[in-house]
Design a binder for this molecule. Structure first.
Ligand SMILES: NC(=O)c1ccc[n+]([C@@H]2O[C@H](COP(=O)([O-])OP(=O)(O)OC[C@H]3O[C@@H](n4cnc5c(N)ncnc54)[C@H](O)[C@@H]3O)[C@@H](O)[C@H]2O)c1
Length: 349
C-alpha cells in the first residue's frame, strides 16, 4: 500500500516533508494551512492545497497525515486525524505533556491507526558517533557524556516566543537532545536528574538549560543549550577510562579520539613547575603522551524514517520511533521543569 500523505501546516517543516518524504517512498498528496499564501505554495508544488484541516481530512486519497503545525495544536490535530481514520505522524515535540500524549495514543489505538513522531535526530551522525563508542567500548567504560549546543544565532521567532503555542527551547531542541541520550543508551535507567532552566534573552520562554542525569550504567550525562553563548562549543564529549572522544560539529565528521598510555597510572611523585603554578596532574603532557585517532566512519540516512513508516503500514517490521520512547522523553522533560522550579534533584526511574 502506498503512503499518501496529507501535510497539516505548510510552513518550514511542512515544506521540508513535501521535499524529502518522496525520496523515502512516501507520496505527498495534499497540504493544508490557515494562511492562503501557504495553500498557494502547496499547489505550486503540484499537491492539493486546502484551507482547513477538515477539508484535508475529508480527502479519501489521504491515508496518513503529518502534523507540522505549532506544538500546541498537535494533540487536537492528532485526535481529529485518528477519528477520520488517518495514520498519524506528529512532529516533535509529539505533545506538550505526557497526559496529552496519552490522549493522542488512546485516540489512535481506538481508531486502529498507526502513530509515531518525527524524532529525526536519532539519525544525526554526530550523536551516532558517540553511540558507536558506547556500543563498541571504544573508550573503555564511559563515565561522562556531554551534549552541548551553543550559538549566538539562536533567537527564537514567531510562535516559538510564546508559551501558549508550546514555544521555548525545551520544546524545540530539548526534546531532541533528551531523546538522543535515551536512544543512545536505551537500557540505562535514570537514577537522578538535576536541571537549571533560564530565560536569558527571551521574556516568556526558556532559552537556556543545563540538565545533569546520573544513569545506572555509571554514565553522568550533561546536556546544555543556550541561545546566547556566542562561540560554538564541541557538540559532544565522551570520556571513558580508555580514551576521550570529541565530536566537534553538528552533523559529525570533525573531531578525534584521544588516548594516553599512562591513563590512570600513577604519575611520578613530583611537582612540575608551570606558568600556572606548581601541579602534579595538570602539567603539560610530554610530546607523544597523548595520541589522536580518527573518529569512526558513521553511515546514516534519515530517509529511513519514511521508509520504515511505509514498511510498518504494509505489515513489515516495527516502528523505529515507538510511542513509549516518546513518552519517556516527555516524562524526563517534565522532571527537568520540576527540578528547575524547585531547585531539587528528581529521583526518576
Ligand atoms: N524535526 C525537526 O527537525 C523540526 C524542525 C523544526 C520544527 N519542527 C516542528 O515542526 C512543527 C512546525 O514547525 P515549523 O518550524 O514548520 O513552524 P512554521 O511556523 O514554519 O509552520 C507552521 C505552519 O502551520 C500553519 N498553521 C497554524 N495553525 C494552523 C491550523 N490550525 N491549521 C493548519 N495550519 C496551521 C501556519 O500557518 C504555518 O504555515 C513544530 O511542531 C516544530 O517543533 C521539527
Amino acid at each position: 500500500m502506498d503512503i499518501r500523505l496529507g501535510i497539516i501546516g505548510f510552513g518550514g517543516m511542512g515544506k521540508h516533508h513535501a521535499k524529502h518524504a518522496p525520496k523515502g517512498g512516501v507520496k505527498v498528496e495534499a497540504a493544508c494551512d490557515i494562511l492562503p499564501e501557504r495553500v498557494e505554495e502547496a499547489k505550486q508544488e503540484g499537491i492539493k492545497g486546502y484551507h482547513s484541516v477538515q477539508e484535508l481530512l475529508a480527502d479519501p486519497e489521504v491515508n496518513t497525515v503529518i502534523l507540522t503545525v505549532p506544538n500546541h495544536l498537535h494533540k487536537e490535530m492528532a485526535i481529529k486525524a485518528a477519528a477520520a481514520g488517518k495514520h498519524v505522524i506528529t512532529e516533535k515535540p509529539a505533545a506538550l505533556s505526557v497526559a496529552e500524549l496519552d490522549e493522542m495514543e488512546e485516540a489512535c489505538k481506538k481508531a486502529g491507526v498507526c502513530f509515531t513522531a518525527h524524532q529525526n535526530r536519532r539519525w544525526d551522525k554526530d550523536m551516532l558517533t558517540i553511540k558507536h563508542a558506547y556500543d563498541h567500548g571504544t573508550l573503555g567504560k564511559i563515565f561522562t557524556i556531554e551534549s552541548k549546543l551553543h550559538s549566538g544565532n539562536g533567537y527564537m521567532h514567531e510562535w516559538h516566543l510564546y508559551k501558549k503555542y508550546g514555544g521555548g527551547m525545551m520544546y524545540d531542541w530539548g526534546v531532541h537532545l533528551i531523546d538522543q541520550i535515551l536512544f543512545m543508551m536505551p537500557d540505562a535507567k535514570i537514577k537522578s536528574l538535576y536541571a537549571d532552566v533560564k530565560n536569558v534573552l527571551h521574556e516568556e520562554v526558556d532559552d537556556y538549560f543545563k540538565i545533569i542525569m546520573k544513569l545506572d550504567n555509571g554514565v553522568t550525562v550533561h546536556i546544555e543549550l543556550s541561545t546566547y553563548i556566542l562561540k560554538y562549543q564541541p557538540r559532544w564529549l565522551a570520556g571513558g577510562d580508555k580514551g576521550t572522544m570529541i565530536v566537534e560539529n553538528l552533523g559529525g565528521g570533525k573531531g578525534a579520539i584521544y588516548r594516553t598510555g599512562k591513563m590512570l597510572e600513577k604519575l611520578p611523585p613530583q611537582i612540575t613547575e608551570t606558568e600556572a603554578g606548581p601541579t602534579r596532574q595538570f602539567a603539560p603532557v610530554p610530546p607523544g603522551g597523548i595520541v589522536e585517532e580518527a573518529l569512526p566512519k558513521i553511515e546514516s540516512d534519515v530517509l529511513e524514517f519514511y521508509r520504515n513508516f511505509k514498511d510498518v503500514i504494509n505489515g513489515q517490521g516495527e516502528l523505529l520511533v515507538k510511542i513509549p520512547t516518546v513518552r519517556r522523553v516527555l516524562t524526563v522533560m517534565e522532571a527537568v521543569m520540576r527540578s528547575a522550579k524547585t531547585g531539587e534533584a528528581i529521583f526518576l526511574e
